[in-house]
Design a protein around this ligand. Structure first.
Ligand SMILES: [Zn+2]
Length: 127
């Protein structure tokens, strides 16, 4: 009976879908084990980053603000990052590499780095 050959069709959209669902999967792992397994989570975060890079899809909106652009670990406030909110701007400092990111609508500063500021993670503590 027929031996089925799995031909790989080069379909960009399909590949993108696969990549996105892989990221979703990794995001789920992060959500589950964020607190229990920090080193593993860093690996997962890097993996997620790589997928986003390779397929040019970036990071899932819920996570893109939470992966350090400097060292690509998951930014975890009070664990490896410091989060300050000042004048409506969220300032995240990665304690591992010192990378600082700012999100928000601060008046004046020209170097804002956010595209969708409301990513559904409202539970930040101040200070
Ligand atoms: Zn970092």
């Amino acid at each position: 009976m027929g031996s089925r050959k799995n031909r790989f069709r080069r379909n960009k959209n399909r590949r993108r879908e696969i990549a996105e669902s892989a990221q979703g999967y990794l995001a789920g792992i992060i959500g589950e084990r964020e607190d229990s397994d920090p080193e593993f989570i860093d690996t997962v975060a890097r993996q997620m980053w790589k997928i986003g890079l390779r397929h040019r899809i970036g990071l899932p909106p819920a996570h893109k603000h939470w992966i350090c652009r400097g060292c690509r670990v998951l930014v975890r406030p009070s664990f490896n990052a410091r989060v300050r909110i000042r004048g409506g701007i969220r300032i995240t400092t990665c304690l591992q590499c010192g990378y600082i990111r700012r999100f928000g609508n601060g008046a004046g500063s020209g170097s804002q780095d956010f595209d969708d500021s409301h990513d559904g993670r409202p539970e930040l503590s101040e200070g």
